[in-house]
Design a protein. Structure first.
Length: 161
């Protein structure tokens, strides 16, 4: 009986640590999402459409006066449900989003989204074909059309990494 109580106490301690960790991660993520939205609002004119690497999080595609799409996007217009299997598929998704009217691509910097280094060929494609208009501690934004290129470029080097 004492052994069970000690096990219960240990579990409760781990639960409290787990709850603190989840709260810290959620707070960190929520703050990042707000900074990404601010970066998009500062980086493009009202009325523009952007594709956002979002993992289906609607908070990342809500912008005042702008339209945010999930990336990658399903045929129905929502989050596809998974990331592309490789960089070639990711490039195809970018080009499809551009053809459907996305004027910029937003890639948040957060552990939840990882993958930037996994998609080296995507990064090379974006750097060769499009202009990075913002890049910093929270996200990188690429202009995918001529009108979006009118935004002022950010001189940060984060996207070049």
């Amino acid at each position: 009986m004492i052994r069970r109580r000690l096990e219960t106490v240990a579990i409760r301690r781990r639960l409290a640590d787990f709850q603190r960790e989840v709260k810290e991660r959620f707070s960190s993520y929520s703050a990042m999402a707000g900074r990404v939205r601010g970066c998009v609002i500062r980086g493009g004119a009202p009325g523009r459409r952007g594709a956002v690497v979002s993992k289906g999080d609607n908070e990342l595609v809500r912008f005042d006066g702008r339209t945010g799409w999930h990336f990658p996007r399903s045929r129905q217009g929502g989050y596809l449900g998974h990331y592309p299997v490789d960089a070639a598929a990711a490039v195809e998704h970018v080009e499809t989003a551009r053809e459907q009217g996305a004027e910029y691509l937003v890639y948040p910097w957060h552990e939840r989204f990882g993958g930037w280094n996994h998609y080296v060929d995507l990064r090379q494609h974006l750097n060769a074909r499009y202009r990075r208009i913002r890049g910093g501690a929270d996200c990188v934004i690429y202009a995918l059309d001529a009108q979006a290129l009118d935004a002022q470029p950010d001189l940060s080097t984060r996207a070049a990494q």
